[in-house]
Design a protein around this ligand. Structure first.
Ligand SMILES: Nc1ncnc2c1ncn2[C@@H]1O[C@H](COP(=O)(O)OP(=O)(O)OP(=O)(O)O)[C@@H](O)[C@H]1O
Ligand SMILES: [Mg+2]
Length: 317
């Protein structure tokens, strides 16, 4: 158990109902100060709804949520100046430059002595400081969005799918920015569909499905407790290996062309398989042994593939 004073966020038996839909169903978790907490879940799982309640935009149906020790339903004006938010599907003003955008938001939020140059540096937009928003690529826009979320120098930063739709290089550039935030001691609440992102950045991962929290822990803990096996992939010349593996009691999965994957307990089993394939005179063209990753855990626990999110339509608060 962690000390409540160390909690940036404490969510207790939170529910949110939209008419007959229970979008968030008794969710409880805590986020430690200074950690990167990653919220994962299939489309419609209730991630954005939960974030919107934590950042005081929406009211919970029941349960309690505290941010930096303050109740979100009672202390909105105490909380808002101390948090920063990059909403899902963020957008800004086409005809403002990067610098003007940050100046605009810092005035809007009445920030005292905003360090605009420092922010531009932090998100690596120095070369683009004079560029109009409308001319920025998706990755640059997301980095500007993160800078906007930081204009008030918040202690807790909420980023709702900051890398969705970005190409792999742009995504990695956002990851660099997030690592920089962590080094500065910010608490980061990161919603994402990318398991690789959560595995790389998060201290704690929480998986939500159909409004319920179904797993929580460090990426390593989740992998070790939910996927305690090795994946052995064999490149084979013909179908004899399939028969040999089946005879040994394994359930190989065929992926064309000529690839077989089996789940094994440990390295000893890998050795046994290789020895018996050799004895049977089965030619092997290649092999790969891999520990399971967070994506496999996610698929197992949610029964769904992680995927891109269309912007959810919002009609009520
Ligand atoms: N304002 C609203 N009115 C009615 N239903 C809503 C509203 N906002 C969200 N919902 C519904 O609540 C459920 C949870 O939505 P939410 O946006 O929180 O999911 P999410 O996990 O963020 O999904 P995504 O990965 O697609 O962003 C969905 O079924 C959604 O359609
Ligand atoms: Mg969402």
């Amino acid at each position: 158990m962690t000390n409540p004073a160390e909690h940036a966020i404490a969510v207790d038996r939170l529910t949110k109902r939209y008419g007959s839909l229970l979008a968030v169903d008794g969710v409880s978790f805590t986020v430690r100060k200074g950690e990167v907490f990653s919220f994962l879940g299939p489309n419609g799982a209730g991630k954005t709804t939960t974030v919107e309640i934590i950042v005081t935009i929406r009211k919970p149906t029941s349960g309690s949520v505290r941010v930096l020790g303050m109740d979100v339903t009672k202390k909105k004006y105490g909380i808002v100046p101390r948090i920063g938010v990059l909403p899902q599907s963020f957008n800004s003003y086409d005809r403002l430059t990067v610098r003007e955008t940050l100046q605009y938001y810092s005035r809007l939020f009445s920030c005292r002595n905003p360090d605009i140059d420092g922010l531009i540096d932090l998100v690596n937009l120095k070369d683009k400081a004079g560029e109009y928003y409308k001319n920025l690529s998706g990755g640059l826009r997301q980095r500007l969005g993160i800078a906007i979320a930081l204009v008030n120098n918040p202690e807790v930063v909420f980023l709702d799918e900051p890398t969705t739709g970005l190409d792999p290089r742009a995504r990695r550039e956002v990851w660099d920015v997030l690592q920089g935030l962590k080094q500065k001691g910010k608490t980061v609440f990161l919603t994402t569909h990318y398991m690789e992102e959560a595995e790389l950045l998060a201290d704690t991962v929480a998986i939500i499905s159909k409004g319920k929290l179904i797993a929580m822990g460090s990426p390593r803990e989740l992998i070790e407790s939910n996927a305690n096996y090795l994946a052995l992939t064999l490149q084979v010349a013909d179908d004899t290996a399939f028969g040999a593996l089946s005879k040994m009691g394994f359930a190989p999965v065929r992926t064309p062309p000529n690839t077989l994957t089996v789940r094994v307990k440990d390295a000893n089993e890998v050795q046994k398989i290789l020895a018996s394939l050799k004895d049977a005179g089965t030619p092997l063209l290649g092999l790969d042994v891999r520990k399971p990753n967070l994506e496999e855990v996610f698929l197992k626990l949610t029964g769904e593939a992680p995927r891109e999110s269309p912007a959810a339509e919002r009609t009520t608060t």
